[in-house]
Design a protein around this ligand. Structure first.
Ligand SMILES: *Cc1c(COP(=O)(O)O)cnc(C)c1O
Length: 427
């Protein structure tokens, strides 16, 4: 019997490059046919064959209250009947900005955009415009969207400038991006000692989730904060993934570090296209129409998207929301670890709030190099075994996973039961 997913994938590849609108969806890393999703509810989604999966990607983060939450759907429906887009300001945008500023004390002013890529790109331009400097620092393994300056990997030696990771990115752009090792405070010190007065900003995922989950060490982030302040560089926390995910106040609250700018996305749109960047007022005033740094968007602050985002922001502020989310996520990681141990598989897991990492390794990795040393083949076998058993993990060993408020004990237990079977095939 051929699967409808196979038929759809073949058809999709005719009209769309690779059959998908974002590369990781194509299952290239794990092999096999991507599942075409028809609907989602709570912790589940269903594919074209009407097979149900427990979903651990949650749209890569946004679905934190569970899919199709009635309050979010109602807010979207109510907004939609009033019109889809105006290209003129609305009161709902003020409410959303006020809410974000209230939740994140480091954010005095915020601008809404439509994707994390756009938010990160705009924050970089703002940092460059405000400092009058060109060079930026990012870290290997962190993802900040697909703007030219960010698709860069480390050059051949320390303090050499980066090389493009994508065709179409001019080396003339990449040369302004310095790529350093995540969690290497000494390297950061050395770089600032040499080039401090040329650096516009440091951008970092303060809890990394785009090379699988890797926590920053407090020392690494503290050093970064100190060096940026000393050298007049802008510290940008890219909290598109970890913001409103590791806890209500994001990684900045968790670590007690105040960035100059914060990039947001994913959860704040509740499944609709809302992202944002914000921070110190004296930096934000450089943005048009007040200042010389240009930034704009036809659909920025879209009323339907903002309605989804606002209702999500309200739901995550219910008492105990993050306590429960954190507990359920660590229950999952504990359960999977025990199942792996019982099956004799080398495995460990980690979680921060509602995001988690699974590693076919002895120890939880603390760097990009340690992540790359993990066993990708074992992950791929495990991924497919879990998929067959109705559990949808991120289709790559280099992505974090996400739990939602709808993942109750029965869902977690069902996942662990599936994993007991799946780990046997990994041995
Ligand atoms: C997802 C992500 C982005 C990009 O957001 P898009 O909405 O996919 O453009 C940027 N930074 C981080 C940390 C992300 O996880």
């Amino acid at each position: 019997m051929t699967s409808k997913n196979d038929t759809l994938f073949a058809r999709a590849q005719v009209s769309t490059p690779g059959g998908v609108n974002s590369p990781v969806r194509a299952f290239r890393s794990v092999g096999g046919t991507p599942r075409f999703i028809t609907r989602a509810e709570g912790p589940y989604f269903w594919d074209a064959d009407d097979k149900r999966y427990i979903d651990y990607i949650g749209s890569w983060g946004p679905a934190i209250v569970g899919h199709a939450h009635p309050a979010v759907i109602k807010a979207v429906q109510d907004a939609a009947v009033r019109g889809l887009s105006f290209g003129a300001p609305t009161e709902a945008e003020i409410e959303m900005a006020e809410e974000i500023c209230r939740i994140l004390p480091s954010v005095e002013q915020v601008r809404l955009v439509s994707s994390g890529t756009e938010a990160a790109m705009s924050a970089l331009r703002l940092a460059r415009g405000a400092t009058g400097r060109d060079k930026i620092i990012k870290f290997e393994g962190c993802y900040h969207g697909h703007a030219d300056s960010m698709l860069v990997k480390a050059g051949s030696g320390l303090l050499t400038f980066g090389n493009p990771t994508s065709a179409g990115v001019p080396e003339d752009f990449a040369k302004h991006t310095l790529v350093l090792d995540y969690n290497n405070a000494q390297q950061l010190e050395d770089t600032f000692a040499k080039l401090g007065n040329e650096i516009a900003c440091v951008i970092v995922e303060p809890v990394a989730g785009n090379m699988n989950l890797v926590r920053a060490t407090p020392e690494f982030l503290q050093t970064m904060r100190r060096l940026c302040t000393q050298h007049g560089a802008v510290l940008i926390f890219d909290e598109v993934m970890c913001g409103f995910r590791v806890g209500l106040g994001g990684a900045q609250k968790l670590y007690g570090i105040t960035p100059d700018l914060t990039v947001m996305g994913k959860v704040i749109g509740g499944g609709m296209p809302v992202a944002a960047f914000g921070g110190r007022k004296d930096l934000m005033k450089f943005l048009a129409p007040l200042g010389p740094v240009y930034q704009a968007g036809t659909l920025s602050g879209n009323p339907v998207a903002v309605a989804a985002g606002m209702s999500t922001l309200k739901l995550i502020q219910q008492p105990g929301f993050y306590e429960t989310l954190t507990a359920q996520t660590s229950k999952l990681v504990q359960g999977l670890s025990t199942a792996a141990k019982d099956a004799g598989v080398t495995f460990c897991g980690d979680s921060v709030g509602g995001m988690f990492g699974l590693y076919f390794a002895e120890r939880v990795p603390g760097s990009y190099a340690e992540i790359m040393a993990g066993n990708k083949e074992k992950f791929n076998v495990f991924f497919h075994a879990m998929l067959d058993l109705g559990v949808y993990l991120a289709p790559s060993a280099f992505e974090a996973g996400f739990v939602s408020a709808a993942h109750d004990d029965s869902v977690i237990n069902a996942t662990v039961e599936a994993a007991r079977k799946a780990f046997v095939s990994v041995r």
